[in-house]
Design a protein around this ligand. Structure first.
Ligand code: ADP
Length: 516
């Protein structure tokens, strides 16, 4: 039982759901149609009822008028004739008077005497309609109607002062009235149907336009939801729907800019994460490298100290071991110092105490510091310096120049030169930069390795580096120092006849500082 009940319940639910899914256009159209039909129906009923009422009032008035005229005529005949009883008068004159009154009123007329018996008629034959009930009314001085198909019988009493003479009956044809009424009704049905159709079409067209705009707004909202932002308002109108469309458009603009801001932030965050991962990787590599680099000189020192223990009476070995241990210790020292400096720069917010620095004396001092080492390696230091100032940290610049001069000497040939020079250049945007160049006549760096020399621990030739106390940390340190001072360093040229390194530093403070 219950099983058979389910399908019908669910089908009625789905019917209801289908009804609910009739779009706004359909619902409003249906409502409009019902409303129009109701109004037209109501109007028709009221107007037709009015017409009926008017017809009835006119007819009553006309019949009452005819009844009065008939009364006058019959009374006149009664008074001017022989003195007889009303009944006898009606018997004698009823037929003649009925024909008279028929001619006078333009209607068929039948007369009855005061007892309700037939007295005469203008019709060719005596009418058969049973009017007894109506005659009872007229006997009491009232008029009465009887409707028979398209004919109305109007009965009215005839009087001589207080004396009832009889009853006059008019045969009133309703055909004309009924035809007129039917014609009007047909007109109403025709006009009503036309108004209904036209009104519905006009109304539906108007509703369609409004609902069409709603459809556009709906689509716009869906587009925004799917990340397709609007390039123009979904509808241009000067009403509430227009305001709504403008509101949706403004909202779309704001969401779009929020989303792009968010995306930008996301990109930045992703870049920062990638950078952090790279840094972590670099740090791991750095620690791995430095452990290895620290072990090499230490192993060497340990080996020599073992040798010293074993052959302490060999003066030649003693001398060799002393030099080697000294060399390795120096290398160890340089390595530790540079490594600490480099990692400190990565980890801490490096302080650059920038100030206006006279470049020429600084470079001269750097040359002095390297003079001894250059002489030992039979390399001559030359310079082409000019007076100039830069907005830098003096110690850092000294560090950078010494590192480059040191490399120029280390990777040189006996009899070679290292030249130090400086100059100023002004960029298109009007910013002044100070350029310091270190040019040597050394062994040069092969083209394919030029990019890599700025990587930590990278050395072109391990043997030569070790020999000269190199660590592979000098150039990375120079690059970090330059970057921290808003400058840069690069290998400007290198070949079998030497290399030229270029440091570029800011000539003046950033504009906001200068104004202070
Ligand atoms: P190092 O302490 O080994 O000198 P650097 O970082 O200063 O380390 O230099 C990295 C490598 O670049 C060096 O090992 C060397 O092979 C190469 N190099 C640096 N400067 C010069 C130069 N002026 N001439 C030739 N090679 C150089």
């Amino acid at each position: 039982m219950s099983r058979s009940g389910h399908p019908s319940a669910s089908s009625s639910r789905s019917r209801r759901r289908r009804w609910l899914h009739i779009g706004l256009k359909g619902k409003i159209a249906l409502l409009l149609a019902l409303l129009l039909a109701f109004i037209i129906l109501l109007l028709s009923i009221l107007v037709l009822a009015g017409i009926r009422e008017d017809q009835r009032a006119r007819m009553e008035q006309s019949l009452a008028h005819q009844a009065d005229a008939a009364n006058l005529r019959v009374r006149e005949a009664y008074l001017t004739g022989e003195r007889v009883t009303p009944k006898a008068f009606m018997e004698q004159s009823g037929q003649r008077l009925a024909v008279d009154l028929g001619g006078q009123s333009g209607m068929a007329v039948t007369l009855y005497d005061s007892d309700g018996s037939f007295a005469g008629t203008s019709l060719p034959i005596q009418p058969l309609t049973d009017v007894k009930a109506a005659l009872r009314h007229t006997a009491q001085g009232q008029s009465a109607y009887i409707t028979q198909g398209e004919q109305l019988l109007y009965l009215a009493p005839l009087y001589n002062v207080d004396e009832l003479l009889g009853t006059v009956q008019f045969h009133y044809s309703l055909k004309e009235q009924n035809d007129f009424y039917s014609q009007i009704r047909r007109l109403f049905i025709g006009i009503g149907a036309a108004v209904l159709v036209a009104g519905f079409l006009i109304g539906y067209g108007y509703v369609w336009r409004q609902v069409h705009v709603l459809g556009k707004l709906n689509q716009a909202a869906r587009d925004i939801g799917q990340g397709r932002y609007l390039s123009e308002p979904p509808a241009l109108r000067k009403d509430e729907l227009g305001e709504l469309a403008q509101g949706i458009y403004d909202m779309s603009g704001r969401i779009s800019s929020y989303v792009s801001e968010l995306n930008e932030e996301k990109q930045k965050l992703l870049a920062a994460i990638i950078r952090l991962q790279e840094l972590e990787q670099q740090q791991k590599q750095f620690i791995g490298n430095i452990s290895h680099e620290l072990k090499t000189p230490l192993t060497s020192i340990l080996a020599y100290s073992d040798l010293l223990d074993m052959y302490s009476d060999d003066p030649a070995l003693l001398e060799h071991a002393r030099t080697q241990i000294g060399k390795e210790a120096e290398r160890l020292y340089a390595l530790v110092e540079k490594a600490l400096q480099l990692s400190a720069m990565d980890v801490y917010e490096f302080e650059t105490n920038a100030s206006r620095v006279e470049i020429q004396p600084l470079l001269e001092e750097a040359l002095n510091r390297l003079q001894m080492k250059a002489e030992q390696r039979q390399v001559s230091l030359t310079s082409a310096l000019c007076e100039d100032t830069a907005w830098v940290d003096r110690d850092n610049v000294m560090h950078m120049v010494i590192n480059l001069l040191d490399n120029g000497v280390k990777y040189n040939r006996p009899g070679g030169t290292v030249k130090l020079s400086n100059r100023s250049v002004i960029s298109d945007s009007g910013e002044r930069s100070v350029i310091i160049e270190v040019e040597d006549t050394g062994i040069g760096i092969p083209q394919e390795l030029q990019e890599r020399i700025f990587e930590p621990f990278y050395t072109v030739s391990d043997d030569r580096s070790r020999d000269t106390g190199g660590t592979g940390l000098g150039l990375p340190l120079v690059r970090s120092l330059a970057a921290k001072q808003h400058g840069s360093v690069r290998l400007a040229a290198s070949g079998p006849n030497g290399s030229r390194f270029m440091i570029i530093l800011p000539g003046d403070p950033p504009s906001e500082l200068e104004t202070h």
